[in-house]
Design a protein around this ligand. Structure first.
Ligand SMILES: Cc1cc2nc3c(=O)[nH]c(=O)nc-3n(C[C@H](O)[C@H](O)[C@H](O)COP(=O)(O)O)c2cc1C
Length: 363
């Protein structure tokens, strides 16, 4: 049976789960990559190796729950990028004390959305049980992360299948490795649509027009968000006669960094990113920024709806909402005034923006 080549290239990440000096793990992963490479190439599959020893994650040190996508540390963001970029995983794991290595559990715990709706295959190794108890334990963890463990597996008894720290290669073993890749690719392609449809970040809030889905932003939304932002602020540049606008200068790294200081929300319409906003608390103020709606979707009430939603997310102690816009952005100013905001100064600030506030209604 050949690999299904009907859709886009598939990216498989092989995770080396052991980290101790002198470990067998890298040799097992190298063999798996070697054994599957020709078939992967034919099937349009790229295979990348993530060695947890090289990645060097500390014990989980993020203050927020990973499902928030708010990452304080660059090591988390880097791990997030690698995992988010993969469509499927192969975990090469030993068995430690009848279970999975702590480094592997830790690497899973660091992230959340990045793992979801992706299949995972296993290449285990160990003594009498060939690492299968480690795999059973790992399956319990990965299903919580909405991953799908596949049935095909390779389980190597170290005494039978390795010599001098290397896998004793055989046609049968190589075929078993290819079997894992084949099943992984079939399941990954079947699961791909799930990754772009409703999941745990969905607010479930109905929109003013059909087909809208409002979610908290995830790291893998950011590239698209940056494109939308630039597109929206080109209009602002024309309206205010300046290119010197922060949203036009922002890079993908800046956006990633903003995830640790702002809450971000995205709106998709039939899968396409059409609007976004961000907010954060400062004292009694709820600062709202980067409210954007794709130009071709303007005039349908999406901006007002999103603004109202984000106002509703303000913490209880909020006294007022604040936002800025260009002093010549008449369309934006009109939208904010309709929503109850008042200009705090009629002249623009030195950077050409105006400041608007809205007192919070006491209920
Ligand atoms: C802390 C520790 C615990 C182990 N526990 C088991 C075990 O429960 N079952 C098993 O089959 N082998 C066990 N072993 C032996 C490992 O299967 C063997 O050392 C293997 O090479 C470990 O993988 P690594 O070299 O990639 O670290 C254990 C090894 C270590 C270091």
């Amino acid at each position: 049976m050949s690999l299904n080549t009907s859709s886009a290239p598939l990216r498989v990440l092989v995770i080396v789960a052991s980290t101790r000096p002198g470990r067998l793990g890298p040799a097992i992963a190298d063999w798996f990559v070697r054994a599957t490479l020709p078939e992967a190439k034919r099937g349009g599959i790229t295979v990348d190796v993530a060695d947890l020893a090289d990645i060097g994650l500390p014990l989980l040190d993020e203050p927020e729950h990973p499902s928030s996508g708010i990452y304080l540390h660059e090591h988390t963001r880097e791990w997030s990028r690698r995992v988010a970029a993969a469509d499927a995983f192969v975990v090469t794991t030993p068995e430690y004390n009848y279970g999975m290595p702590a480094a592997l559990k830790n690497a899973f715990d660091f992230l959340y959305h990045e793992w979801a709706w992706k299949p995972v295959g296993f290449v285990s190794y160990g003594n009498t049980s060939a690492g299968t108890r480690s795999v059973q334990m790992t399956k319990q963890v990965v299903t919580t992360l909405k991953m799908m463990p596949i049935g095909a597996t390779v389980a190597l008894r170290i005494a039978d299948s390795t010599r001098d720290g290397q896998v004793l290669e055989s046609a049968g073993l190589d075929e078993a490795a290819r079997g894992v890749l084949r099943e992984l690719s079939r399941v990954a392609r079947a699961m791909q649509p799930l990754g772009t449809s409703t999941d745990g970040g969905d607010t479930g809030v109905p929109g003013p027009v059909e087909g809208l889905r409002l979610t908290t932003a995830r790291p893998d939304d950011l590239a698209e968000l940056l494109v939308l932002q630039r597109c929206c602020w080109v209009q602002e540049a024309f309206a205010n006669d300046t290119l010197d606008l922060a949203p036009l200068r922002e890079t993908l790294d800046d956006l990633r960094a903003s995830l640790s200081t702002w809450q971000l929300w995205c709106v998709r319409r039939h899968g396409r990113l059409v609007a976004a906003v961000r907010a954060r608390a400062r004292g009694g103020a709820w600062l709202i920024g980067r409210l954007m709606v794709a130009p071709d979707q303007a005039g349908e009430g999406i901006g007002s709806w999103l603004l109202s939603y984000v106002e509703g997310q303000a913490p209880d102690e909020t006294t007022h909402c604040e936002l800025f816009t260009g002093h010549r952005s008449t369309r934006n100013i009109a939208l904010y005034e309709r929503a109850g905001y008042a200009l705090t100064a009629t002249d623009g600030t030195p950077d050409g923006s105006v400041h608007l506030t809205k007192q919070r209604q006491l209920t």
